[in-house]
Design a protein around this ligand. Structure first.
Ligand SMILES: [Zn+2]
Length: 282
């Protein structure tokens, strides 16, 4: 056989492969659990809670950076795939990469939210390690006080890479019924089971947890690349703020309609398993 005679069958084969790939894509029904182009895989665990409690218009939102006070101890968060698998240098030598990004997103959410008229602020413990979780300065203590005073507390996280992590999604506070803010964030990012890991430390103290995505792959690359970092953090913040706005109820939209879906059954609050939020792996 001459190379020339190979051209046609090879081209046909290539065309056939492309065609079947296109057909497979077209036939695939879109599903909420499909990977998000920015944040990657969503949580795929069964969850049937619905956030129905209506936040008051004046409800103040407190945004926390996950693991802000637990560096160097259990519950430090994930180092991310770039550092652990790729050998990259940490973004900041004093902390795991997850905290570096949690803080960036926290601050961007507050700036964006305030610019859009939300009553929203952040808390920074100003100390990377507070050994006693009941210390009044910890995220947990401050978040619990905020919740108990009638506010909404949200802690930003990135999940661990690979099989150590689960994916993006919201874990609602367990100290009171889930709100429509929780519902809106779950519709946008994914929905964790209400009793994930037996009830994590933060939700048991009235703090909802948002896992933005696994700290790996496209999301982590786009965060780490200096030319795209700012835009990615801004896009994540805007997505979070818009979801909060929909939950508060100012803007009618598709998500608002879905908020009034019929009740589900699995709203039971679990028994205790008191460990630091996502202790080992983010
Ligand atoms: Zn975390």
């Amino acid at each position: 056989m001459t190379p020339r005679r190979l051209v046609l069958p090879a081209a046909l084969m290539t065309a056939g492969l492309i065609l079947s790939a296109v057909m497979a894509t077209a036939a695939k029904t879109p599903h909420p659990q499909d990977d998000d182009p920015l944040t990657g895989v969503r949580v795929g665990l069964p969850a049937s809670w619905t956030g129905r409690a209506t936040p008051s218009e004046s409800m103040e939102i407190l945004v926390l950076a996950g693991h802000a006070d637990s560096q160097g101890i259990e519950g430090a968060g994930t180092s991310g795939a770039a550092v652990d698998r790729g050998g990259a240098r940490p973004m900041d030598a004093r902390m795991r990469d997850e905290l570096f990004w949690n803080r960036r997103v926290r601050d961007a959410v507050v700036t964006t939210g305030q610019a859009r008229g939300l009553k929203i602020r952040s808390y920074e413990p100003d100390q990377l390690t507070i050994a006693n979780e009941e210390d009044p300065r910890t995220n947990w203590s401050v978040g619990r006080r905020h919740h108990d005073a009638g506010g909404y507390a949200l802690e930003i996280h990135f999940d661990a890479y690979g099989r150590h992590g689960v994916g993006s999604g919201l874990i609602p506070n367990l100290r009171s019924p889930a709100t429509r803010i929780d519902e809106s964030l779950a519709l946008n990012f994914g929905r964790y089971p209400i009793n994930f890991r037996g009830g994590l430390g933060a939700p048991r103290r009235g703090i909802s947890i948002l896992e933005i995505g696994k700290l790996e792959g496209q999301l982590e690359r786009a965060l780490r690349a200096p030319h795209s970092r700012k835009a990615v953090v801004a896009a994540l913040a805007l997505r979070i703020v818009e979801a909060i706005e929909l939950g508060i109820g100012g803007t009618p939209g598709p998500a608002t309609q879905r908020l009034s879906s019929p009740p589900d059954v699995d709203d039971n609050v679990p028994q205790a398993m008191d460990r630091r939020t996502t202790a080992v792996d983010g």
